[in-house]
Structure formats: C-alpha cells, structure tokens
Design a protein around this ligand. Sequence first.
Ligand code: ASP
Length: 324
Amino acid sequence: MKKVYVLTTGGTIAMSEDEATGTVRPVDGQALARFLPGVAKYADVVMEEVFNLPSPHLTFFHLQQLLNRVQERLAEPEVAGVVVTHGTDTLEETAFYLDLQLPPGKPVVVTGAMRSSNEIGADGPLNLLNSVRTAASEVAVGKGVLVVLNDEIHGARFVTKTHTSNVATFQSPEVGPIGSLDKRSIHFRQMPLQHESYPAKPLQRSVGLLKMALAIDSRLIDHMLADGIDGLVIEALGQGNVPPAVVPGIRRAIEKGVPVVLVSRCFNGRVQDVYGYEGGGKHLRELGAIFSNGLNGQKARIKLMVLLANDLDMESIRSAFERI
Ligand code: ASP
C-alpha cells in the first residue's frame, strides 16, 4: 500500500458542533482521527498535527511551518503524497501558497469540510477519503497542488470558496474542476497549463488588499502608505478600472516604489488596458500599475508577498504577474 501523510491544521473538518449551543468549535482533538479506519483500505495513512486552528487565525508563520512539514514528508522516499486538512475560509490561500513554493511532483492535496465532524451530512469523512485516494494516485503526480472537496479536484491557482455554507462551495470559475472522483475511480480531464514556483523565503513584507466600489477614494491607500506597506493589490472594477479619486493614491504608491497589482473584483476574466478614461485600465497601465492575469485578490496578495520575499524589483514583479 502507498504511504500518505495527512497533516492536520484545524478548521471545521476537525471541529464538532456543541448540541446545547449549536456553535461549532475545536472541542475534541480526536475528531479527525475517528475518520481514519474508513481511509485505511486506500493507503497506509499516517496522521500528524501541524497545528489546530480555525483558518482565519492563520499567519504567514503558520504557512511556512506547514510548508516545511510538507517538504519534509514529501522528501521521504516511500511517501506517495501528502494531504493537508484545513479550514475552508482561507484554504485557497494556503493551497496557492504551497503551489507557488513546491515544484510539481508527488501529489499534495488540500481539503476541508463545510460541516463539522458530528453534524448530519458531515462532509469531512468523504473529503478526507477522496483526498487520500488522490494523494496516493499516480495520475495526480505533477499537477501542482490540488484542492479536493465534494467529489471534485481543483487546481490551487483557480479554485475559490464561492458559498458561505454549501458543501459545493469550492469552484474554479473560469476553468472548472480539473478532475473528479466517484466510488471506483479518479478522472482527470485537464492538466493545468500554467505553473510557477519560487524559492521559499520568510514572508515578512506587508501587502495591502483593497476592493474598489462606486465612489471610493484614495484615503485608505494613503493610510496604508503612511503605515509603510511594501505592496498593494487592488481589486479593480470590471476589466481593471478604478474611480478617478483613487488615481492619486495609486500614483503616490507607484512613485514611492510600492508595486500596485490590479486584479478584478469580477471572478471571471482578465484585467487589461482597454478603457482610456481617467482611472481606466489604459490610464493605470501608463501610471505603472501591474496587471495580474486571472488571480483573485487574496491569491495575488500571496503571490506578491512571495515575490517581495525573494527581493524582486518592480520590473521583475511585473513580468512575474504579466507573463503567466
Ligand atoms: N471557519 C472555518 C475555518 O476556516 C470554516 C471551515 O473550516 O469550513 O476554519
């Protein structure tokens, strides 16, 4: 049997519902271990706790701690793959971070659950089982970090949490899942065409994330600049446009040498220099904004942190966002 490590980090998959109050929290450290007998027939599974936290509590220190453990376990020659169990709220950020730091090789699968371990219809046991099957599978080799929930396999680059409570929450809006599982088999239908990885360095720089909306102005950007941010991701409107009152803030950031990365608040499509009016994409490109291709705001922020940790200059950051 193939050996698979399950590295646990917390989240709803490891929590239970308190019947008296109806609240969900980490009451019982054994919640996940109880699922193990169900997966034992698919692989030789070793479960290890890295930490046990709700995913909104994670810091960049935790991401690095997790990356180190994943790398250590992947380096063991007899290991076929690694599963990471994780809270769903920030799962896509952790999965993309691991994807940016690990060259494609043995499968690394990130999973979680929308319902805690003792709730009716708990999805954790099946998500764990499907993730172990995927991590042990030869066809999953070389496809980058995968996210497996609800019988679907998604690439870390495109997957996002789309619903607050539905078990079908994880979707890859533009490209769809790259594969799926049923009781008997695992099917991959597409191979991710893009992959990038960078040397792992401590993520110590600070990157702001700001969503655009009607009539927003530059005040928050100016606060962030005064606070000494090292980079800024802007979730722009549509194809990459901002209200005119945001332009002075973007100009000041770029003049200070702070990279400004544009993504769209739409979760399909690209940002580009189409609109020539004040604050339109063409104007922002002329000012020196960097256009990110298809990443959402939270993932562009992770990527910018990784690039800054590697001391890339403005033009190298631009090319890292615009070439892929
Ligand atoms: N709030 C939880 C977390 O991210 C949600 C979940 O795991 O589904 O830890």
